[in-house]
Design a protein around this ligand. Structure first.
Ligand code: ADP
Length: 396
């Protein structure tokens, strides 16, 4: 299968893309970028494979895209000039929710689209945008296979105890489960570790995907066993603006006693909590660290404490830990937070070499440590491209 695999990730106000050249089963990144600010003040930015900015557009002269379809047109028009006439042979889409049944990347047809539409109530803030991206691409690339790659799919190997809540069992059957998210990132990391070191890859990993959205995943034998995220992407550790784990009684109290509407509570839990809510500064770790002081300390201290707790809990869920892996914006870069998170985990064998951590080495534990502590860059776009290629190859 030779040609271009286009990866699309449609968010509420952004459309991210990456173009990979596929030749003899090998994928080579050509360029990536996004239109952000759709519906407000759209901006286009594209980077080459080295991450250097190669194009920007602010549409100051008018003609700014006002929808995902228009943003896709803008991206395609720009890509046409980049790809030297090489055809797009497949489009891979990031889809946040695959529900209980989609446990693998799936070729999209009318029936699949209808099933994905039925899952909108499970992810009302994200799924509609993902589906808008698919609809726009299907129209723009008639006849080109479209593949849905799910953030939840990797977690479908979780045992029942990790997949359920303590509710009457009928609710589990109705889809109220711990789905887990960031699955494409975890799958990429699990495969990468296995490729680097097959023995470690078949062992027990706890992976910390710490970005604006953060979660952790316990992986054993290459398969997901438990996630810090549950029914929605609100659960687990605190995030940039999301609260993380919270007693559901707090939500009831806000509605019943404080008189807040569900819309107000939703906004608070998704957009006004976590690092932003606790610090009052920002949801961005760099901004909080730059500001410093007591409020910054409060937010970063809580973040490190909750992530540390979750690491130990997930290690317990898989009977121990062979490697701890940090990834995503915070995990890959925030040395101070990494050290804080690991401080106190010596009892499960996790320790960090300060010099290696400060140098942002790929391995930040001491030589011969019982638990290897690794830093790896995640690449969800490549994972989607690989899945898309796999589905196309299987289709023949
Ligand atoms: P998203 O979930 O939107 O993909 P990212 O994975 O890009 O987010 O992570 C963004 C977070 O990573 C922000 O809190 C940002 O401050 C943090 N981050 C990125 N680089 C650094 C750095 N050098 N030091 C500390 N934090 C960083």
């Amino acid at each position: 299968m030779n040609g271009i695999i286009l990866v699309l990730n449609a968010g509420s106000s952004s459309l991210k893309f990456a173009a990979f050249a596929a030749a003899k089963g090998v994928l080579t990144l050509q360029c990536a970028g996004q239109v952000e600010g759709i519906g407000a003040t759209p901006r286009f930015i594209a980077r080459n494979a080295e991450g250097e900015t190669i194009a920007t557009e602010g549409w100051a002269g008018g003609g700014a895209p006002a929808s995902h379809a228009a943003a896709l047109d803008a991206i395609i028009t720009w890509l046409d000039g980049m790809l030297d006439g090489r055809p797009v042979v497949g489009v891979g889409h990031r889809v946040v929710h695959g529900g209980p049944d989609f446990s693998a990347p799936t070729l999209i047809d009318v029936g699949v689209m209808a099933e994905l539409q039925d899952l909108v109530p499970l992810a009302p803030l994200h799924q509609p945008h993902n589906l808008a991206g698919i609809a726009a691409a299907a129209k723009r690339f008639r006849g080109v296979p479209q593949v849905a790659c799910f953030d939840t799919a990797f977690h479908r190997t979780q045992p029942f105890v990790a997949d359920t809540f303590g509710l009457p069992i009928a609710y589990h059957a109705r889809g109220i489960r711990r789905y887990g998210f960031h699955g494409l990132s975890y799958e990429y990391i699990a495969r990468r570790i296995a490729a680097e070191d097959p023995v470690l890859g078949s062992g027990r990993l706890v992976v910390c995907h710490l970005g604006n959205g953060s979660s952790l995943c316990a992986i054993a034998g290459g398969h997901a066993q438990a996630s810090s995220m549950g029914f929605t992407a609100l659960d687990g550790v605190p995030m940039g603006t999301r609260c993380g784990q919270i007693d559901p009684g707090v939500v009831l109290h806000m509605i019943d006693t404080l008189g807040m509407t569900t819309a107000e509570v939703t906004k608070l839990l998704y957009n006004g909590s976590g690092l932003k809510g606790l610090s009052g500064i920002s949801g961005d770790v760099r901004a909080i660290e730059a500001e410093g002081g007591e409020a910054a300390e409060r937010a970063l201290g809580y973040f490190a404490y909750r992530v540390r707790r979750e690491i130990a809990a997930l290690a317990a869920s898989i009977g121990g830990i062979d490697a701890l892996v940090f990834t995503a914006g915070i995990g890959e870069n925030a040395r101070g937070l990494r050290a804080r998170i690991c401080d106190g985990l010596g009892f499960i064998g996790v320790t960090v070499d300060p010099a290696r951590n400060a140098a942002n080495d790929a391995e930040i534990s001491h030589d011969g440590a019982g638990v290897r502590v690794l830093v790896r860059r995640t690449d969800e776009e490549r994972m989607i491209a690989e899945h898309t290629l796999g589905v196309l190859a299987a289709r023949g």
